[in-house]
Design a protein around this ligand. Sequence first.
Ligand code: ADP
Ligand code: MG
Length: 693
Amino acid sequence: MESELGITTFRGLLYYFPYKHIDRSRLYHIHELTADMPFVQIKGEILSFEEEGVGRKRRLIAHFTDGHGVTDLVWFQATTFKWIKRSYPAGKQFIVFGRPTLFNGRINIAHPDIDPADELQLGAMGLQPYYNTTEKMKRGGLNSRSIERFTRTLFERLQGEVMPETLPQSIIDRLLLVPLAQSLHDLHYPATADALRRATYRQKFEELFFIQLGILRYARQRQQQVFGHVFSHVGNLFNTFYQHNLPFSLTEAQKRVIREMRHDMGSGKQMNRLLQGDVGSGKTLVALMTMLIALDNDYQACLMAPTEILAEQHYATFCEFLNGLPVKVALLTGAVKGKKKRTAILDGLSSGDIQILIGTHAVLEDNVAFHRLGLVVIDEQHRFGVAQRARLWKKGPQAQGAQTGTFADITPPHVLVMTATPIPRTLAMTLYGDLDVSIIDELPPGRKPIETRHFWQERSESLYRGMRAEIAKGRQVYVVYPLIQESEKMDLQDLENGYQELCHVFPDLTISKVHGKMKSAEKDAEMERFVSGETQILVATTVIEVGVNVPNASVMVIMNAERFGLAQLHQLRGRVGRGAEQSYCILVTKYNLSQETKQRIQIMCDTTDGFEIAEADLRFRGPGDLEGTQQSGMAFDLHIANVARDGQLVQLARDIANEILDNDPGQNLPENAQMWRHLKELARDNVDWSNIS
Ligand code: ADP
Ligand code: MG
């Protein structure tokens, strides 16, 4: 088969699993057929053909009998009539397969599958596989049936060949798994529904298990080999900040995670921690205080944000919080232009004069070298994967000159990854199994839950009235429009129209406008006007999605809300409710919504719990759709396992993988040999766990 189809090897074909099976073991008599049967199979011959109707109603009818009754087979595509009559001559025995329906008081079967009776061995057919075919495949003349012929042939040829087992026998026995070879066969050609169920279970386990084994082995290896800078004490900067600069008291959850990190960073091992906390839970402050510990131990720290706006905002926040403390903070983004300015920053970093660097991906560039980088905080980028994180390691102090890229050469900085996108446990285990996790499960006191409401876009009158009422109280309002690349022009037009309309409706107010197509400086200026309270309304695309913090803004209006995913809606909503005032999120949609969209909007109106929303999101979209899953460390493709639905199995796979690593730390037990070999094979085509640079 062609590579275009994505099936280039026998192995590829073996793993091209059918999406469903249909029971073809039973033959019905025509007089038994009723319209509520999903699929039936009958054997007999065509008596005669007849054409009916004109134009688009034209149809071909074959009167078909099995000796016990007569039913009609029907086709609607006039161009195929001739071919059908020729292929299925009257008088010859056929097996007809299809869905019976009631039409004009008679049972008939439209567009049935027909096979010559002598070619099909019915008894042997049992459950028939149905394969997905892409448009490309169809154009190449491949349909489910032809793939079936390929797989059937493959299994016939494989007869007797032993497929090496990948799992240790003890695990197979304990979990009552079917052997690998059998499971592969049964996924295509199961004898019974139960055989199919057991084969599916085995394959799901297999997929999840090897992911866990890979991640956990990597994590353990690093645990043993990677040393970390020891931040032995908490000093002046941290203490002064805590006693004098901190304008409020920390929440218990903030205190707990700072303790967890202090412990990590003092342990002599590298910290690799994921900090999860819902929007507004105060992660920035935790990051800042953790960085002060690094500074107290004579190390530098770096904070990386996903967008320029956010980096700038963090920079401003840091400068404000650190006011009066002897700490030098610098900002480095793509927007920081001018050779002189950049050189000054680079020099400051390499001399150690600058202690905290805040920036975007620009900080990853090779010419950015630190004097003594001890801690890296990555904000709002849980998608930042294993390989990308490893790039940071090179920036550690001992890295200069070390070229071999083995663990031992480098003392990497501690790494803290922060995210407000709550990752359901099972997904976190599959994606970021190598990170330790801390959770801020408490919001600062005094926050009122955001009220979320759904508006039809036709009812803009009441929306504007609501906005005006809030603005009259001195609050500010966000109005957000979707922006996706494929329809960028139209989206920007939507935003422009919306902006014009608002200017018209609120002639007495000032309105900012921000979108990704603007020059950075312009964008910043507009943003700044809103942050400072000069403008009352900010019309924007999703550039403001993450991180932006304007506590005085109390209304988030999301236009075309039907076009956003749940995670995005939650992020956007998190931009308000940051002050003590009651805040509102208004989801504006068009009138006719799909069932799924209605559910999505409903969930948003019902709950503000990020984890609940993330679980729902995973159910709707499936993990494969989560952006960047590939890069983020999902090591091997999942063919049939689904982290959303197979949560328990993920846990089981993880437990077993841990057990094996406990019992076979040297990876040399003979019974596991095939398993380790298989892991290596999988890894070779994907993430190379052993190569960290
Ligand atoms: P996020 O976790 O979404 O990044 P931020 O760090 O931006 O949240 O914090 C949101 C707001 O809450 C900021 O204005 C911050 O100053 C404030 N904040 C953080 N911690 C506390 C606290 N313990 N008490 C009161 N306000 C806090
Ligand atoms: Mg934040």
